[in-house]
Design a protein around this ligand. Structure first.
Ligand SMILES: [Cu+2]
Length: 181
């Protein structure tokens, strides 16, 4: 009985540990996360939910982090049957009263020029800059290589991730994963 209670407690604590949220003005930032990278990976992706709880449109303009040279906002999509990734030079619009999901295979923040590999279970700082809400520093929870979501349930889905066409990032992750074994 005592064992069951402590197991439940541990589960509750670890659930809390990955459900982290931030607020910048009217923008609620839900569970920012990223993926572990193999050594010398040039880029990493950052994902989160941006929930605009105000009525006015806002815009994610960019950001900065001590762990990478540059922070870019990207969109991934299909063009002529090929998965492509492009930078959104004007940032990402978050309409009033709506939530925008940044996730693998869709909108994401690209950490360009990683200065060191991202290690699973680390937290890395990222400052986000919004047009109206201003700047806010969040911590990215580093999930396993190839994770599909920030909840940790995709920890071993490297191949599924690659199959979903998350471009070179997952391919590099998968390669690094294999050579690390
Ligand atoms: Cu990208």
């Amino acid at each position: 009985m005592l064992l069951a209670v402590s197991a439940a407690l541990t589960l509750a604590v670890s659930t809390l540990a990955f459900a982290h949220d931030y607020k910048a003005g009217d923008i609620a930032i839900g569970h920012p996360w990223t993926r572990a990278t193999p050594p010398n990976a040039p880029v990493g992706g950052a994902y989160m939910t941006l929930d605009n709880q105000g009525s006015a449109e806002d815009r994610l303009l960019g950001g900065s982090t001590p762990i990478a040279e540059d922070v870019q906002i990207h969109e991934m999509g299909m063009a002529d049957g090929v998965m492509t990734m492009r930078e959104l030079p004007d940032g990402l619009t978050v309409p009033g009263g709506e939530a925008v999901e940044l996730e693998p295979g869709g909108y994401h923040i690209m950490l360009v020029g990683l200065k060191e590999p991202l290690k699973e279970e680390d937290r890395v700082p990222l400052t986000l800059r919004f047009e109206k809400a201003g700047e806010v520093e969040v911590e990215l929870a580093v999930e396993a290589m190839g994770a599909r979501s920030g909840t940790g349930d995709g920890a071993h889905d490297v191949h599924q991730g690659a199959a979903n066409g998350d471009a070179g990032m997952v391919d590099r992750n998968a390669m690094g994963d294999a050579s690390a074994r």
